[in-house]
Ligand binder design. Sequence first.
Ligand code: DX5
Ligand code: ZN
Length: 223
Amino acid sequence: MNRIIKIAPSILSADFSRLGEEVEAAEEAGADFIHLDVMDGRFVPNITFGPALIKGIRGRSALPFDTHLMIESPERFVDDFGKAGADILTVQVEACPHLQRVLSQIRQAGMKSGVAVNPATPVDFLPYVLDVTDLVLVMTVNPGFGGQSFINGVAPKIARVREMIDRSGREILLEVDGGVNPETAGVVIGLGADLLVAGSAIFGTKNYRESIGKIRGAGAGSL
Ligand code: DX5
Ligand code: ZN
């Protein structure tokens, strides 16, 4: 397996009083993307930030902004996030009765389109939208908070999505988010993920470069 593993530190676990510096530090430490967790207090029981903050830190890094919307009716804000500087815009399938339309809308707004699935959500819908999807995000915690434990039971779904993507022959990123650390990273890499989100396992440590290196180099492990 010679898949290139990419790392997206989630600023949810960063020091919010110095967010600009934290984003710079993540890039300096070898991150590939910056992961931005947008929460509305309705789809998930937590509120974080929106386009204004993203616009505010956009100038601090040249890395792609991987923006994860955990909000109801995300179609209302697609243009706002595009203008703020998001490069990838990922919506939760559970919040999108018209998923195909939203994913197309994201591409039309000039961004890459992503769809996220919660731990208990099946992925049978995926073949119907793969032609308008650039990234599939498998959640390995129930979204809302950083620092939660990886849910082992979701593991087979990562392998299943890998298979679906490979079968489609399309270039679609497989991202995993939630409870990723140097131990669980080996498992998700082994199951076929190519983009790993990590919040607390990077921003909760002293040496970001070392932590990113440990996650990236975790090697294929198993449960
Ligand atoms: C969870 C968010 C994650 C979160 C991950 O709701 O979508 O991106 O920041 O945090 P860790 O890596 O600490 O589980
Ligand atoms: Zn996230």
